[in-house]
Design a protein around this ligand. Structure first.
Ligand code: SF4
Length: 339
C-alpha cells in the first residue's frame, strides 16, 4: 500500500473550510502556501509511481490519501481521480468531523465515493454523536466497504469505542448482522480484559485478542477494523518508546525494509518517502528518495542504499534492547523502537 499525504491542515478545530487551522508535526514545517497538495503535484507523483516497479506494485494494492485532514484539500476530488489512474483502489482517510451535509468537505467525500473511491475514518468518541454518527449513517449507504480506525489510550477507551459502533450498526436498517457479530466478538474479548486484566501488558492483550478477524465480510457491506494503541509524541515530534495503553514494554516495530522487503511506503507532500506506516513522527533518517524531485533511477538507488543502512541500524537497536539501553539513538538514524 502507498500512503500519501495530500494535506497539512489538521482541521480539528475549524470543522469546515480551512481558514487558519492547526498544523502539527510532522507537517509543521510545510509553509501555508503548500498546505494543500495541488493536482499538478499529484499528476507528477502518479506518473513517477507508474515508472518505479516497487511503487507501482504497492499502488496496485491500494493508495491511501491522508494528511492532516484530506477533505480540507479543495482539490481532493481531482487528486483522487489522478491517483485512480495509478491504482485500482484509492481511499481517502477522514476524521468525518464535519458540521453538516452542506459542508464542502462532505460534498467532496460524496463526489469521491461516486467516482469509485473509498472513504475510511478514524472514530473520535468526542466527535461521534454530533459530527461523525449522522454522516457515517449516510456513508454506509453510499459505499459497500470501509475501514474504521480505533485509536485507544486504555482498554476502557477501546471498549467504549467498540460499543459505540456495535450500538450504531445494530440500529441501522440495512443488514449489518455480520458487522454486529464481529463487533460483539471484540466487545466480549475487550470486556473480559477490562474486567479481569485491566492493567495487562501488550503480550497478554495480543494473545487474548489474537484470532479475531479484522474484517466482517458481507454481500452488501464489508467493514474492516483497525485497533491502534495511542502514543505520546514529544514537542520535537518524537514518539515515545512505549504505547500509552501498554507502558510496560517498548513497542517494537519490525521493519520490513531493513529485511529487504518494501511492503508499504509513506509519501509526504514534499515527496519524501519512508518505507513503513510512519506518519512522519518516527523521524527515520535513511532517505528513500523524493518522489517529486528524484528520477526513477535515483529512487531505486536510494531504496537499495538506505535498506542497507537500516539493516545495520536495526541490528544495533536489537543489541541496545538486549543490553538495556532503551531509547539510545544509533548513528544510522533509525528510531530506537525499530527492531
Ligand atoms: S527503521 Fe523504523 S521508522 Fe524506519 S522505515 Fe523501518 S520501521 Fe519505519
Amino acid at each position: 500500500m502507498l500512503s500519501i499525504f495530500v494535506e497539512a491542515s489538521c482541521n480539528r478545530y475549524n470543522r469546515d473550510e480551512c481558514i487558519d487551522c492547526h498544523v502539527y508535526e510532522p507537517l509543521a514545517d510545510i509553509p501555508k502556501s503548500d498546505w494543500h497538495m495541488t493536482p499538478d503535484q499529484a499528476r507528477l507523483m502518479a506518473s513517477k509511481i507508474k515508472q518505479v516497479d516497487t511503487l507501482n506494485s504497492l499502488a496496485q494494492q491500494e493508495i491511501n490519501l491522508t494528511g492532516g485532514e484530506a477533505t480540507q484539500n479543495p482539490h481532493i476530488v481531482e487528486i483522487t481521480k489522478i491517483f485512480q489512474s495509478a491504482s485500482p483502489s484509492v481511499c481517502v482517510h477522514t476524521n468525518l468531523e464535519i458540521n453538516s451535509k452542506s459542508s464542502k468537505r462532505w460534498l467532496r467525500l460524496i463526489e469521491i465515493v461516486k467516482g469509485g473511491g473509498r472513504v475510511d475514518i478514524t472514530l473520535y468518541p468526542t466527535a461521534w454523536e454530533k459530527f461523525q454518527k449522522p454522516l457515517l449513517k449516510e456513508l454506509i449507504t453510499l459505499q459497500n466497504r470501509m475501514i474504521i480506525n480505533l485509536i485507544f489510550e486504555n482498554l476502557i477507551h477501546l471498549q467504549e469505542q467498540i460499543q459505540l459502533l456495535k450500538v450504531f450498526f445494530s440500529t441501522e436498517e440495512q443488514n449489518f448482522k455480520h458487522v454486529v457479530k464481529l463487533l460483539q466478538q471484540y466487545n466480549e474479548k475487550v470486556s473480559w480484559l477490562v474486567k479481569n486484566q485491566a492493567e495487562c501488558d501488550d503480550k497478554v492483550y495480543e494473545t487474548h485478542m489474537g484470532g479475531t478477524e479484522a474484517f466482517a465480510h458481507g454481500e452488501n457491506f464489508t467493514l474492516g477494523l483497525s485497533l491502534l494503541p495511542a502514543f505520546r509524541v514529544d514537542t520535537e515530534g518524537m514518539r515515545s518508546m512505549t504505547s500509552i495503553p501498554f507502558p510496560q514494554n517498548p513497542y517494537i516495530i519490525h521493519c520490513p525494509a531493513a529485511r529487504g522487503s518494501i511492503d508499504i511506503m509513506t509519501i509526504l507532500q514534499t515527496g519524501e518517502m519512508t518505507p513503513c506506516c510512519d506518519v512522519g513522527n518516527l523521524k527515520c533518517q535513511p532517505k528513500f528518495g523524493n518522489l517529486i524531485t528524484d528520477s526513477p533511477k535515483e529512487i531505486m538507488e536510494k531504496f537499495e542504499e538506505s535498506s542497507k543502512v537500516m539493516a545495520i541500524g536495526i541490528s544495533k537497536n536489537q543489541e541496545n534492547l538486549k543490553n538495556g539501553n532503551l531509547g539510545k539513538l544509533v548513528k544510522e538514524g533509525i528510531p530506537p523502537y525499530c527492531g
